[in-house]
Design a protein around this ligand. Structure first.
Ligand code: BES
Ligand code: ZN
Length: 382
C-alpha cells in the first residue's frame, strides 16, 4: 500500500476518499481488530473535480468524459488558447491542456488537438461569466472537463507552477470501515459503544480540521484501546459521505438490527476536534436535543478527573454523524471546538484555509485524552 504522508482533499466518492478508507482499514487490521468494510452507492453520478496544490475545486457534472482511476490524472498545465492545432506546441506533451471556449474551434476539435499533442487531460473554461461550470460534449480517451470562466482565468495565471489533478468518476461509491473489539468474556450480547469519525471532505477545502483531526483521534483511540480488557463491545466507525448529508453514517445506522440497536448505549462522534483558531477555546458536546446523555456525562466526569484545560459546553446541534445514531435512538454526541458565547466555528471551515497549519497538536491531544478517557470509562472492565 502506498504510504500517504500528505493528506490532501478527500472529496466524497473520489479515489482520495477511498485511499483514506484503505489506509484506515489497513491500520485497524494492523492493530488486530476485526474490520468490516461496508460499501454503498452515492446518489450522484459522473462528477468531475480538479485540484490545484492542496485546493480541490468542484467542477461540472461531466457529460462525456472518460472516467479516471485512483486519485485521477496529475500533471502540470499547458495553456493552449482556443485550442487550434497550432496552439499545441511540443510543450503540451504529458501536460493537462487548459483551453478557452470559442475562437471558432469546436469542443470536439479542441479535445482532439490536445489528445493528438500528447496531453493527458483537458480543461475547457467558459468564455461567458456563469456560476455553473461549463458542460460540453466531446469524446476522447483522456479525461475532459469544463470549468467556469473565473476558474479558467485564475488557472491561466498560474500555468507555470500549477500542478493539477483531474478526476472524473462515474457511479460514485463510498464506504464505512468498522473495527470491532469484543468484551473480554467473548460475549456477543453485551452493550455496544461507538466511536465515529467521517473521513471525507468538501470540494474546495483540504479537510485538515474537518475531518482529518477526528479521523486521527479515532485511530489513536483505536490504537490505545486495542490492548485494554473491556466488558462492553467497542465499535470504531470511520464513515464516508458525511459531507453530502450523513450518507455513510445513516447507511450504517439503518442496517443495525433491532437486537443491535437495543444493545447500543453510546456514540462518541469526532468531527473538527482540533482547530488552532484562538477563539475556539471551548470543547462543545453537541447533542441533537441539547440534553445531556451518557456520552456528554461521561465526558464531563472524565474532564474533571483528568483536568481538561478547556471549558466544556453542552449544546444543541446536529450537522454531523451523531444525528444518524440519534435517529435510531442511540444516545449520541459530537465533540467539536467552538468559540464560547457566539458558538462560532473557525473561519477556515469548508474553505481553502482548512490546512494543517491551523490544526493544534495540543488540542488534538487534549480531545483524545478527554474522549478516549470517556469511552474507556464506559467500556472498561470493571
Ligand atoms: N464538521 C462539519 C460541521 C459541523 C458543524 C459538525 C457543527 C458538527 C457540528 C460537518 O462535516 C458539516 O459540514 N456538516 C454539514 C451538514 C451535513 C448534514 C452535510 C453542515 O453543517 O453544513
Ligand atoms: Zn465535518
Amino acid at each position: 500500500m502506498e504510504t500517504l504522508t500528505n493528506w490532501g482533499p478527500r472529496v466524497t466518492g473520489t479515489g482520495a476518499e477511498k485511499q483514506t478508507l484503505d489506509f484506515v482499514e489497513q491500520t485497524l487490521k494492523g492493530y488486530g481488530y476485526e474490520v468490516t468494510r461496508q460499501e454503498f452507492d452515492l446518489p450522484e453520478v459522473k462528477a468531475s473535480e480538479f485540484t490545484v496544490g492542496e485546493q480541490s475545486i468542484a467542477s461540472a457534472v461531466t457529460r462525456n468524459s472518460v472516467t479516471t482511476d485512483g486519485v485521477g490524472v496529475r500533471a502540470g498545465l499547458f495553456f493552449a488558447k482556443f485550442g487550434e492545432e497550432a496552439d499545441f506546441t511540443a510543450g503540451a506533451d504529458g501536460k493537462i491542456a487548459l483551453v478557452a471556449r470559442g475562437g471558432g474551434v469546436t469542443f470536439q476539435n479542441k479535445v482532439d488537438h490536445a489528445q493528438n499533442a500528447g496531453a493527458v487531460g483537458v480543461i475547457i473554461y467558459d468564455n461567458v461569466e456563469k456560476e455553473e461550470p461549463l458542460s460540453y460534449s466531446a469524446t476522447s480517451t483522456i479525461p475532459a472537463i469544463g470549468i467556469t470562466q473565473a476558474q479558467g482565468e485564475l488557472l491561466k495565471e498560474s500555468t507555470d507552477n500549477a500542478n493539477i489533478v483531474i478526476s472524473v468518476v462515474d457511479q460514485q461509491t463510498s464506504a464505512n470501515i468498522i473495527a470491532t473489539k469484543y468484551p473480554e468474556n467473548g460475549s456477543t450480547a453485551s452493550e455496544i459503544v461507538y466511536i465515529s469519525a467521517h473521513v471525507d471532505s468538501v470540494p474546495g477545502a483540504p479537510g485538515a480540521n474537518d475531518n482529518a483531526t477526528g479521523t486521527a483521534a479515532a485511530l489513536e483511540m483505536a490504537r490505545v484501546l486495542k490492548d485494554q480488557p473491556l466488558d462492553k463491545e467497542l465499535r470504531i466507525a470511520f464513515v464516508g459521505a458525511e459531507e453530502i448529508g450523513l450518507v455513510g453514517s445513516r447507511y450504517y445506522a439503518n442496517l443495525l438490527s433491532e437486537e443491535e440497536k437495543a444493545r447500543s448505549i453510546a456514540n462518541f462522534n469526532m468531527d473538527m476536534v482540533a482547530t488552532a483558531w484562538e477563539n475556539a477555546t471551548a470543547i462543545y458536546t453537541n447533542t441533537v436535543d441539547g440534553e445531556a446523555n451518557l456520552v456528554t456525562e461521561s465526558a464531563s466526569k472524565v474532564a474533571k478527573i483528568i483536568g481538561t484545560p478547556s471549558e466544556i459546553v453542552l449544546f444543541k446541534r446536529g450537522s454531523s454523524d451523531h444525528v444518524a445514531f440519534d435517529e435510531v435512538r442511540i444516545p449520541a454526541a459530537n465533540f467539536i471546538r467552538r468559540e464560547p458565547g457566539t458558538h462560532s466555528l473557525e473561519p477556515y471551515y469548508h474553505n481553502e484555509n482548512d490546512v494543517m497549519e491551523y490544526v493544534s497538536k495540543d488540542r488534538l491531544k487534549e480531545m483524545i485524552d478527554l474522549v478516549g478517557g470517556a469511552v474507556y470509562s464506559v467500556v472498561r472492565k470493571k
